[in-house]
Write a protein that binds this ligand. Structure first.
Ligand code: ATP
Ligand code: MG
Length: 142
């Protein structure tokens, strides 16, 4: 019987900006082991760094001693990366699409994540943290 091989790596990371680089390196190592090309790895590094920065800044407000989580799940066909925190969360309806014809500072992270990853799911409730799940497929046809 064919069984899908699923590997899972779970990290709990201090909510400090200096750890974003550690996550980027970890992601690159995992993705390259699975067989992703450089271009897809670079896209995932940018997306994951944005998600981690959000968890650190908006989720935990860089609160002393707090951690956030990242799960990497790989199957033969895709890598799923979930970044979640147990901070304040937010009302998803309040997140605005950026108006690219009127450039302003900030508000681009989630937009960038959605444009670089193949699938993105966000779950949040005020007071209950946020979870962002990002998927990249190995093949060309995603
Ligand atoms: N982990 C999180 N916890 C709570 N709120 C969040 C979280 N991530 C995002 N948000 C909310 O969603 C909004 C949009 O996030 P996004 O990353 O698109 O923009 P930004 O972080 O405000 O600016 P930028 O990422 O461009 O520096 C944030 O301003 C914040 O209100
Ligand atoms: Mg952001």
């Amino acid at each position: 019987m064919d069984q899908i091989q699923m590997d899972e790596i779970k990290l709990s990371v201090p909510s400090k900006p200096e750890y974003v680089g550690v996550i980027r390196l970890t992601l690159a190592a995992i993705a390259s082991r699975i067989g992703f090309d450089i271009e897809k790895i670079e896209d995932m590094k940018v997306a994951v760094a944005e998600a981690c920065t959000n968890a650190i800044i908006h989720g935990c407000h860089c609160k002393q001693g707090s951690n956030f989580n990242i799960d990497f799940v790989s199957t033969g066909e895709k890598l799923t990366i979930s970044v979640y925190d147990d901070g304040e969360g937010c009302q998803l309806d309040n997140i605005e699409e950026p108006d690219l014809s009127k450039p302003k500072e900030g508000g681009l992270g989630i937009f960038i994540i959605k444009s670089l990853m193949d699938d993105v799911e966000i779950e949040s409730e005020k007071g209950k943290g946020m979870m962002i799940k990002m998927i990249k497929y190995l093949g060309d046809d995603a």
